[in-house]
Design a protein around this ligand. Structure first.
Ligand SMILES: *[C@@H]1O[C@H](CO)[C@@H](O)[C@H](O)[C@H]1NC(C)=O
Ligand SMILES: *[C@@H]1O[C@H](CO)[C@@H](O)[C@H](O)[C@H]1NC(C)=O
Ligand SMILES: *[C@@H]1O[C@H](CO)[C@@H](O)[C@H](O)[C@H]1NC(C)=O
Length: 134
């Protein structure tokens, strides 16, 4: 009896934490990258491994106005240089974290990064500890 009560409360605890936006079926690491804003032009969509650097495909390097991570608890750092390339900037050669919540993900020209985007690496959000598949 005690055991089943514990299982039930664990179930309801995780249910209560669920986001109101349906993220079920969305894999962590999915990113849409396109030449033009709003998912237009030549696009590439893939599920990328976290903690791993990827160079953009040649058609999208320095020409990516859409960089839109899926609605999932992860974020990506776009970089100005290729993976493993030297970065001499104290700011790390990245524009900072881009997640589903980033306002310019469908128009990176607003911050000029469509011209710079060369590679990126994604990370799981730190607050998302509840998952058992880490
Ligand atoms: C994940 O972290 C990024 C970067 O800090 C943040 O912008 C985003 O809102 C977070 N997403 C979730 C689902 O917590
Ligand atoms: C994207 O942003 C640029 C610069 O702010 C703006 O000129 C352009 O109209 C925007 N494009 C779209 C499709 O929203
Ligand atoms: C996630 O883990 C960190 C340290 O590992 C901890 O400080 C934090 O409170 C945890 N967050 C949640 C929501 O459990």
């Amino acid at each position: 009896m005690l055991l089943s009560t514990t299982i039930l409360s664990v179930f309801f605890a995780s249910f209560a934490q669920a986001s109101p936006v349906p993220t079920q079926g969305r894999e962590i690491g999915g990113v849409l990258i396109c030449n033009d804003p709003n998912g237009q032009g030549q696009c590439e969509y893939a599920i990328y491994e976290l903690e791993k650097c990827y160079n953009l495909p040649p058609t999208l390097i320095n020409n990516a106005a859409t960089f839109a991570p899926d609605d999932a608890p992860f974020y990506c750092y776009p970089y100005i240089m290729e993976c493993g390339g030297a970065c001499r900037s104290p700011t790390g050669c990245t524009m900072g974290a881009v997640s589903f919540d980033y306002e310019h993900k469908f128009n990176m020209t607003a911050v000029g990064w469509n011209k710079y985007l060369t590679s990126f690496e994604c990370h799981r959000n730190q607050t998302d500890n509840g998952s058992s598949c880490t």
